[in-house]
Design a protein around this ligand. Structure first.
Ligand code: NAP
Length: 350
């Protein structure tokens, strides 16, 4: 029998839509993603990008400094094993995601730890196939697969992935190879500021390499980075090549000036962290939904989460390259749930 609602994705948009559809008695089935090495490398493991971040200071509702007792009461022990230890300042990304997941489970969401790799939106009920070979039919689908970090696309980045090249300081920054060594972060947005600040806990120096002479990041985060004595900004620079060898991995980078293309400089570094924006996780749709020119799902109606296929809704970063915040993703997850619920009722599916 077809599921009423299948949700694909397990960031704030996925869990918010699960909480709302579960409370509307739609018994949602949510595919949270698979735990695979490929997903780890791409940054697409279950619980999405927030699971790869540290403190979340701007998600409303967590003003207290120490949540230890609250987390203890809210989450079962087996889920706490997935989380880094609570560090006593507000809520962290992994904690927030576990709390959202648990809330969705508490209301009856069924969670499958697998990727959806194929989807047929050309027939109804829609058909979804998972990496492990499961096939499910769905009357309505909410796509909430988010986005993943970009790399510059240099062959040398590929060569040294897992050997000093990363797009996630929080996941990898504490590794021994990065301790007390110079590190390089690429980008000028909030992610780059956050990664650079985080890495100063481990690194001797963090070179923040940006292609222009001013940051795109919010003022508070840019000011924090500029005030950090361990962060040295390399303005008007891009990375030509990540330097290294098969034994040591990354040993440095060669920078090229964006002002004078003939000017290069080599920096010694044991790590290279790319923080230059994101790509939406829409490949598995194989052209069946209308996308924007940046490959985000196109919402087709103002203030609605409708896509160009009736019964398919999109929520969160997979459809939003503008706000891209946990709170806006959760908000659009709620909207997608309400849109799906109303659409199912309109079509007489109960
Ligand atoms: P972003 O704002 O799009 O910034 C990407 C940065 O990478 C830009 O500075 C861009 O340079 C640079 N860049 C892009 N392609 C490049 C290339 N090929 N070579 C060199 N540099 C390149 O992305 P983001 O920093 O990931 O932030 C995304 C969203 O998440 C934003 O809305 C941000 O506010 C939010 N965010 C918030 C927090 C927080 O509040 N704690 C933390 C992280 C992210 P140009 O500036 O020259 O274009």
């Amino acid at each position: 029998m077809a599921e009423h609602v299948v949700i694909v994705g397990s960031g704030p948009a996925g869990w918010a839509s699960a909480i709302y559809t579960a409370r509307a008695s739609l018994k949602p089935l949510l595919f949270e993603g698979a735990i695979t090495e490929e997903n780890r490398q791409m940054g697409t493991l279950p619980l999405g990008q927030l699971a790869l971040t540290t403190e979340v200071e701007n998600y409303p509702g967590f003003p207290v400094a120490n949540l230890e007792g609250y987390l203890e009461a809210a989450l079962p022990q087996d889920r706490r094993e997935y989380m880094p230890p609570h560090r006593g300042h507000g809520v962290s990304g992994p904690e927030l995601m576990e709390l959202m997941r648990q809330q969705a489970v508490n209301f009856g969401t069924r969670v499958i730890t697998d990727d959806i790799v194929d989807i047929d939106l050309g027939r109804h009920p829609f058909v979804l196939k998972s990496l492990e070979g499961q096939t499910v039919e769905a009357l309505a689908v909410i796509i909430a697969t988010g986005a993943r970090a970009n790399y510059l696309g240099l062959p040398s980045e590929d060569r040294f992935k897992n050997m000093g090249v990363s797009a996630c300081a929080v996941c990898d920054g504490a590794l021994p190879r990065f301790r007390n060594k110079p590190l390089v972060v690429i980008g000028g947005g909030d992610s780059a500021m956050e990664e650079a600040g985080y890495l100063t806990k481990f690194a001797s120096t963090v070179y923040l390499v940006h292609r222009r002479d001013s940051f795109r990041a919010s003022k508070i985060m840019a000011d924090r980075a500029l005030a950090n004595p361990k962060i040295h900004v390399k303005w008007n620079s891009t990375v030509d090549e990540v330097l290294g060898d098969d034994k040591q991995g990354v040993t440095g980078v060669r920078l090229r000036s964006t002002v004078d293309k003939n000017k290069t400089e080599e920096l010694e570094a044991s790590g290279y962290f790319c923080a230059i924006g994101h790509t939406p996780n829409t490949d598995f749709l194989k052209g069946q939904l209308e996308l924007t020119d940046k490959k985000y799902i196109q919402w087709t109606t103002p203030h609605r989460t409708y896509t160009n296929v009736e019964g398919v809704f999109a929520a969160g970063d997979v459809a939003d390259d503008y706000y891209r915040q946990a709170i806006t993703a959760a908000g659009s997850g709620c909207q997608a749930a309400l849109d799906a619920e109303r659409w199912l009722a309109l079509k007489g599916f109960h």
